[in-house]
Design a protein around this ligand. Structure first.
Ligand code: AN0
Ligand code: CP
Length: 317
């Protein structure tokens, strides 16, 4: 594996799950693989889980780790080519990227959708510049359109908890006060489309995702109907994708909040969320604290997904 930007690059899924089980049971088996290799993690946006779990995964593989928060302590970076740089940004990404590449062997990048240009976001302009100019293998730690390390961890978690071969997985939109990217739901849908699970997406009108990611999912606008018989409820907010509403918050209706009454319609479903989660907006306290909530083991699997991906990248250096 050279670069990792989508769960589609995992290849054969049953092989990937087998490797994940091995990594989980033998976290320190490959300490030599990363010896004297340096991971540089670059954050354009905040993070708790990705930062800690990816660093832990790298340490399990014997790597050295450098973390750069671009917006805290580094020079502000211009990202557009052709700009006369007489403003507040003293450095251009086109120098910064190859320089960063000189100091490491592998680069992880977090760069959310900026909602300024749908085209730039969906062409993954920032992530692709790292791929093009760093000279290093690059992996996504949530880019504009996907969050593959999260999705892989979600898929490992579903494999661990599922009670039937083809569980019914329901991804539900839920309210949030701020505009959030579509990366997590896009990526989760992309992952579910790689499986043979029954996959349903439910959201209010206006929140349709890019059809490329929806794939063969059933879209059900009636949330309660969608929940019927579900084995997993995967909650997430996202801002609108379609047309002129791109990046807008169209609805904050708490009738969409996941609560115990709706969970009662499911087949005793497990509750999942990538976190961070706003309680009593996305999900009620009692649901996230219930025994059916698996948000913590889901977050724990972020080490496993990151370690599997780093292992593949290190093996191909
Ligand atoms: C981010 C998002 O929705 O993409 C990160 C989730 C992993 N969430 C927030 O910014 C709250
Ligand atoms: N789920 C996730 O990626 O969390 P962070 O934003 O805290 O890294």
């Amino acid at each position: 594996m050279k670069h990792f930007t989508s769960v589609k690059q995992l290849g054969d899924l049953s092989e990937a799950f087998k490797k994940a089980r091995y990594v989980k049971e033998n976290p320190f088996a490959d300490q030599e693989l990363g010896r004297n290799k340096t991971l540089l993690m670059i954050f354009f946006n905040s993070s708790l889980r990705t930062r800690l779990s990816t660093q832990k995964a790298a340490m399990n593989l014997g790597m050295n780790v450098i973390v750069l928060d671009v917006n805290q302590g580094a020079w502000k970076l211009e990202t557009e080519r052709g700009v006369i740089m007489d403003g507040d940004k003293p450095e251009h990404l086109l120098e910064a990227i190859p320089v960063m590449g000189c100091y490491c062997d592998v680069i992880g990048v977090r760069s959310f959708a900026r909602f300024e240009s749908k085209q730039d976001d969906y062409e993954e302009v920032i992530l692709n510049q790292f791929i093009k100019y760093s000279g290093r293998p690059v992996f996504s730690m949530e880019a504009a359109t996907r969050h593959p390390l999260q999705t892989f961890a979600d898929m490992i978690t579903i494999e661990e908890y599922k009670k039937k071969d083809r569980p019914k997985v329901v991804m539900t939109w839920a309210p949030h006060p701020k505009a959030l990217p579509q990366a997590v739901p896009n990526s989760f849908a992309e992952g579910m489309n790689l499986t043979d699970y029954e996959f349903v997406i439910t959201h209010p009108h206006g929140y349709e995702l890019d059809p490329e990611f929806v794939g063969k999912a059933v879209v059900e606008y009636d949330q309660k109907k969608a929940f019927e018989g579900a084995d997993f409820i995967y909650a997430k907010n996202w801002a609108a994708y379609s047309g002129d509403n791109y990046g807008k918050v169209l609805c904050t209706d708490r009738a969409w909040t996941v609560d115990a009454e709706k969970m009662a319609l499911t087949d005793n479903a497990f509750f999942m969320h990538c976190l961070p989660v706003r309680r009593n907006m996305i999900v009620t306290d009692d649901v996230i604290e219930s025994p059916q909530s698996i948000v913590i083991p889901e977050a724990a699997n972020r080490v496993v997904s990151a370690q599997c991906v780093l292992k593949e990248i290190l093996s191909s250096l």
